[in-house]
Write a protein that binds this ligand. Structure first.
Ligand SMILES: [Zn+2]
Length: 135
């Protein structure tokens, strides 16, 4: 689906292995709320070691992977968490910060206290109850 000039690409399969499905309309609302300008690609991932992951890919945009074994609630919380990272990166870029520098700066902190992770956890707790992204 297209929003303005940016695209949101949802996973090919509707449901993950746990039976959860993304709510496309809610995902669009979340992206609009964060005013994301770059394309967002969301995929199910088979790995069991991670809940979700965010990556910035040059020429592709935001790439978010979500565990295919996650319930709807965990999928929604995790997607809010990863969308927060997309927001953080666009904000950093708008201040003229290069991704590599921004990333290196964040990695000086341990994961549990890393500012971007603290904010992503806070936003997931805040936004998930208001607008669940999966059912
Ligand atoms: Zn994170």
């Amino acid at each position: 689906m297209t929003r303005g000039t940016m695209k949101i690409l949802l996973p090919n399969s509707d449901r993950n292995q746990a039976g959860a499905t993304l709510k496309a309309g809610a995902v669009i609302k979340a992206v609009e709320h964060f005013k994301l300008q770059q394309d967002v690609t969301i995929k199910w991932a088979n790995g069991t070691h991670r809940h979700g992951a965010y990556r910035w890919r040059k020429g592709v945009g935001h790439v978010i992977t979500l565990s295919t074994y996650y319930s709807a609630e965990d999928t929604s919380r995790t997607l809010w968490h990863e969308l927060t990272h997309a927001l953080q990166i666009e904000r950093a870029a708008s201040k003229g910060k290069a991704y590599a520098d921004w990333s290196a700066e964040q990695r000086r902190y341990a994961y549990s206290v890393r500012p971007i992770e603290v904010q992503a956890r806070k936003f997931a707790e805040h936004y998930h109850p208001q607008l669940p992204l999966a059912a």
